[in-house]
Design a protein around this ligand. Structure first.
Ligand code: F6R
Length: 364
C-alpha cells in the first residue's frame, strides 16, 4: 500500500505530479483554455473582499493564495487561523467571499469559523479533500482538491492540491473581473499544466536533499527564509520540519530578519533560503548575505540563474528547474517536504505518525 516507499509520506510526496494533474483536469475546460467550477459556480464581480480561514498547513495554503488573489485578481484578502478568527468575531462587510480550506473537512476550529460566517458572508466556499465532510456540506460551494486519501499525518499532497485549486480560483477571479484577458488566462493555464512535469524534475533532487538532510538532522534549530510567495512556504517548511523531525524550526520573511531573528544566527543554525530568480531575488540575496556575514550556514534553494550569481560563500545549493514566477510555491514545496522527510528519517522519528499529533483535529 506504500507502493514501494518506506513511508506513506514519501509515497504522497511522490504522487504530487499525478494528483495535481488530476485536479487540473477536473477544473479545466475540455480545450484547457478556461476553468469550470462545480455548481452553482461563483460570480466574482459580487465580492469586494475575500476572507480565508484555516489551520496549520491549510492556513499556509491560504497565505500563499492571498498573494495570488491580490496580485492577479486585485481583490483584498484577509487571512487568519481559525482558532483566532472564531473568537475574534471580526465584523464582516457586505460583499465578502469567505473561503475555508481543510484537508479533512472536519477540523473543529475551521468548522466553527465557517458557522460564524454562515449568516455574515455573501458566499461560503470550501476547499476540501474529503467531499462528504461537515465543512463541505455546510458551504455554498465545495471545491474538491482531489488529492486522494492522505495517510501521513504531515500534509504534503493535500497542500499542493489546495494550492492548485486556489491558483485556479485566483485566475478565474482575475478573468471574471477583467484583470486578465482570455489569452492571458489561457497562457497561465498552460503554465499551470507544466507544473506536474516540473515537480517530477524537482523530485529527482531526492538523493541530493537526502545527503544534505543528514547534516541538518544534527542541528538544534533551523531557520527558513523567503520573500513574497516564498514567505508562506518558509513557514510551511518550518512547520513540516518541526512536526516530523522534532527539530525546532522557524520561518521568517527575509526582510524581517534584521528586526530581531538575526540575533539567532550562528554557525550551528542552518538557514534554508527559498529564492527563485524572480523580481525579489536580489532583496532575498542581500538578506542571505547578512546571515553569512554573521557566520550563518546557508542552504540556498534556487534555479540556475539564481545560483549563478549568488552561490558564493553558501554552504549548500540546490538547483531547481525554472518555473513561472506565479507558481513557484507549488514547485518549491517539493524541497521543503523532502528536507523535512529526510531529516526526520535521519533522526529515526516516526515519520507517518509523529508524536502528539492527529490527522484530523476534531476538538478545539
Ligand atoms: C501539517 C498538518 C496540519 C493540518 C491542520 C489542518 O502537516 O497536517 O497542520 O494542516 O491540522 O487540518 P485540515 O486541513 O484537515 O483542516
Amino acid at each position: 500500500e506504500k507502493a514501494g516507499h518506506k513511508h506513506f509520506m514519501a509515497k504522497e510526496i511522490a504522487e504530487q505530479p499525478t494528483v495535481i494533474s488530476e485536479a487540473l483536469a477536473y477544473y479545466l475546460n475540455a480545450d484547457e483554455t478556461g476553468i469550470t467550477l462545480p455548481d452553482p459556480g461563483l460570480d466574482f464581480s459580487a465580492f469586494d473582499r475575500i476572507v480565508m480561514v484555516a489551520c496549520g498547513t491549510a492556513y499556509y495554503a491560504c497565505f500563499t493564495a492571498k498573494y495570488w488573489f491580490e496580485q492577479v485578481a486585485r481583490i483584498p484578502v484577509e487571512i487568519d487561523v481559525a482558532s483566532e478568527f472564531r473568537y475574534r468575531e471580526p465584523p464582516v462587510s457586505a460583499r465578502t467571499l469567505a473561503i475555508f480550506v481543510s484537508q479533512s473537512g472536519e477540523t473543529a476550529d475551521t468548522l466553527a469559523a465557517l458557522r460564524y460566517m454562515s449568516d455574515k458572508a455573501d458566499t461560503i466556499v470550501s476547499v476540501v479533500n474529503v467531499a462528504e465532510s461537515s465543512i463541505a456540506r455546510e458551504s455554498d460551494i465545495a471545491l474538491p482538491i482531489l488529492a486522494g486519501v492522505e495517510v501521513g499525518v504531515a500534509s504534503t499532497k493535500a497542500f499542493s492540491c489546495q494550492l492548485t485549486v486556489l491558483a485556479l480560483l485566483a485566475l478565474e477571479a482575475a478573468h471574471q473581473r477583467g484583470e486578465i484577458d482570455g489569452d492571458t488566462l489561457s497562457k497561465r493555464l498552460t503554465e499551470l499544466r507544466s507544473l506536474p512535469g516540473l515537480l517530477t524534475r524537482a523530485l529527482d533532487l531526492d538523493e541530493t536533499l537526502n545527503i544534505i538532510s543528514n547534516t541538518l538532522s544534527e542541528a538544534k534549530d533551523i531557520l527558513f527564509l523567503g520573500r513574497g510567495m516564498m514567505y508562506p512556504l518558509a513557514l510551511e517548511g518550518a512547520l513540516k520540519l518541526k512536526e516530523i523531525s522534532y527539530i525546532h524550526a522557524e520561518g521568517y520573511a527575509s526582510g524581517e530578519l534584521k528586526h530581531g531573528p538575526i540575533a539567532l544566527i550562528d554557525s550551528h543554525t542552518p538557514v534554508i533560503v527559498f529564492a527563485p530568480h524572480d523580481a525579489l531575488f536580489d532583496k532575498t540575496v542581500s538578506n542571505m548575505q547578512e546571515v553569512m556575514a554573521r557566520g550563518g550556514k546557508v542552504l540556498l534553494v534556487s534555479d540556475r540563474k539564481g545560483l549563478e550569481v549568488a552561490s558564493e560563500g553558501v554552504w549548500q545549493t540546490v538547483q531547481m528547474p525554472e518555473v513561472p514566477d506565479l507558481f513557484a510555491p507549488l514547485l518549491y514545496a517539493i524541497p521543503a517536504q523532502l528536507i523535512a522527510y529526510h531529516t526526520a528519517v535521519a533522526k529515526g522519528t516516526d515519520v507517518d505518525q509523529p508524536r502528539n499529533l492527529a490527522k484530523s483535529v476534531t476538538v478545539e
